[in-house]
Write a protein of this length. Structure first.
Length: 448
């Protein structure tokens, strides 16, 4: 279903229609999905649809807020970080891009009182649901005003087929940014999901996500057998120190609790697998940082948010005396050539060599489209940084946890990857964090 905001799904990728054919055809017709008779393959399982079914899809939920008290920011509301947030649109630490219903906002001096005027009294960023003082405002930043507006939610619905071949639609629970699809009913098999975007009222071909493969069928570039010293110590029951070095994702951005951050999930799984070894996993990370700020703080100083006193200094990694360092920097996406990746990560390897630490490089997850230059949620990985990082790992024989490939595979599993970004920008939810851990665990398998 179309997301009718700056995150709008485009029909430019109608080539995906070919991927919607799976024995019987599933198509979009206004506010319904239509599934034709046929045999489809879902993760290697044959599912027979015996009769045509037109399944009506409910419009995206739209909620109303009345008289929300707020103070207008002096900052011009632009992008995710500037302005006062309308709280109904909030996705934990930021507003969900696209949730606000443009044109729905009214701001009054008091509940039911004098109406303020957009453009003069206040400004609005309609993409992010942020507001701020206007150039001719009759109120000041210390004044409390009252906002009434509407906002929309996302939803994933499940197309399921019963044992007698009849198709039906099971509606999912709405969520501000990260909806999960409902599991198929007992005796049914899920064959597709339908993405209901913000404010969507009709189904489009891009909204239909056939389930062609299972998560277990995902083929990634993660490399077993490239951390032999660490693996030998674990098997021998010796103590092992691992440093997880990175940015806000490693720090745990948008995990619902510390235990569900990928670093903690990874550590728990590793301890379960090697219970005889004392495993010390240290999280050394800073939100908003990139590797160059840690390597060269004099040339690329790190500016922490909210008065952070932590410093981006690579010596913190070295002082931990790790046996193994995992490296995750989605903020390194600016390293857009093999030469830049070689220069940066080659220096990392050189600095770690004297202490004998092994390395696992982690390819980054998918972020919002415009950050990656994508136009849909079905595109194959083509970010120069990711391609160069894979090449570097192969040429240097360094271990790789290929999280990017796992996120790419979500489309084949019937999951729009955007629904795993809790802040709609770059922070994964609990499900997205676990994908990192699963790829890291693969590096601890024996060499093929």
């Amino acid at each position: 279903m179309l997301n009718r905001t700056s995150l709008q799904l485009t029909l430019a990728s109608l080539l995906v229609r070919a991927s919607l054919l799976f024995g019987g055809e599933i198509t979009a017709e206004r506010n319904a999905v239509v599934i034709a008779p046929g045999v489809c393959q879902v993760g290697g399982q044959a599912v027979t649809v015996t009769e045509r079914a037109a399944l009506e899809v409910a419009a995206a939920p739209i909620l109303s807020v009345a008289n929300e008290p707020l103070k207008l920011s002096v900052d011009k509301p632009v992008g995710w970080a500037k302005g006062t947030r309308l709280r109904g649109c909030n996705a934990r630490d930021v507003n969900a891009c696209g949730s606000f219903v443009p044109g729905s906002l009214e701001i009054h001096r008091s509940p039911g009182g004098e109406l303020l005027h957009e453009g003069d009294d206040y400004l609005v960023d309609a993409d992010w649901g942020h507001v701020g003082l206007g150039p001719k405002s009759r109120v000041a930043e210390q004044d409390t005003v009252f906002a009434s507006y509407r906002y929309s939610l996302l939803r994933l619905d499940t197309v399921q087929v019963s044992s007698d071949g009849k198709a039906s639609l099971k509606q999912g629970d709405p969520h501000i940014s990260a909806p999960a699809p409902p599991a198929a009913d007992a005796g049914c098999v899920a064959v597709a999901h339908v993405f209901v975007g913000y404010r969507a009222t009709e189904v489009t071909p891009d909204a239909i996500y056939p389930i062609r493969e299972t998560a277990a069928q995902a083929v990634t570039g993660s490399t077993p057998g490239r951390i032999p010293k660490t693996l030998a110590k674990l098997k021998a029951g010796q103590p092992v120190t691992i440093v997880c070095w990175g940015d806000s994702v490693t720090a745990g951005g948008n995990a619902s609790q510390p235990a569900l951050r990928y670093v903690d999930v990874f550590a728990a799984g590793l301890r379960s697998r090697f219970p005889q070894s004392k495993i010390d996993v240290q999280n050394i990370s800073l939100g908003g940082s990139n590797s160059r700020q840690w390597l060269h703080p004099d040339r690329s100083p790190y500016q922490g948010r909210r008065g952070s006193e932590s410093k981006a200094q690579f010596d913190r990694v070295l002082q931990a005396k790790p046996d193994l360092v995992t490296i995750e920097f989605v903020n390194d996406a600016g390293l857009s050539s093999p030469a830049l990746v070689e220069q940066t990560y080659g220096e990392v390897l050189d600095r770690l060599k004297p202490i004998g630490a092994e390395v696992i490089l982690i390819t980054p997850h998918f972020t919002m489209w415009r950050m990656m230059g994508f136009t849909s949620m079905r595109e194959a990985e083509r970010r120069p940084y990711v391609l160069a990082l894979r090449k570097f790992a192969d040429e240097r024989h360094v271990a790789l946890a290929d999280a990017a490939a796992r996120w790419q595979h979500l489309a084949a599993e019937g999951i729009p990857y955007l629904t795993l970004l809790h802040n709609t920008i770059n922070h994964p939810d609990d499900r997205g964090h676990r994908l990192f851990a699963e790829e890291l665990w693969k590096c601890f398998d024996p060499a093929p």
